[in-house]
Design a protein. Structure first.
Length: 123
């Protein structure tokens, strides 16, 4: 038994609409992942966080100084490591490390700090 022609066409249109929507979402996702620069506000907020919470151990910019008793890497060096990615930094900031204080950041703060560090790439 076959479906009535109208019913078959309806399913064909629904399927095509779903495929079109999925394709559009994929293109949007690829466009956003393709090197879009973070908002200036996020980078500035990340710098403020770095000044408040990180600058006592890390040099947070190209000309920055840090406490002489620490071996914490400077943020420019971190940003320019080949392994440094947005995901790697977010995972690092969510993980506990024996040589770092346990700083609890919200997802937005973590994103801002990561955007700031990544903004230092190639400085």
């Amino acid at each position: 038994m076959s479906l009535p022609k109208l019913h078959r066409n309806t399913w064909l249109h629904v399927g095509a609409a779903i495929l079109l929507a999925l394709g559009a979402m994929l293109l949007i996702r690829l466009h956003n992942a393709g090197g879009a620069t973070p908002a200036t506000e996020s980078v500035q907020a990340g710098r403020k966080l770095a000044e408040a919470w990180c600058s006592s151990c890390h040099a947070i910019d190209a000309g920055g100084s840090r406490a002489q008793t620490t071996t914490a890497p400077d943020f420019v060096a971190v940003a320019n490591m080949p392994s440094t990615t947005e995901l790697a930094l977010k995972v690092f900031l969510q993980s506990s490390h024996p040589t770092m204080p346990n700083v609890v950041l919200t997802a937005e703060q973590r994103g801002d700090l990561v955007n700031y560090i990544l903004s230092l790439k190639h400085i």
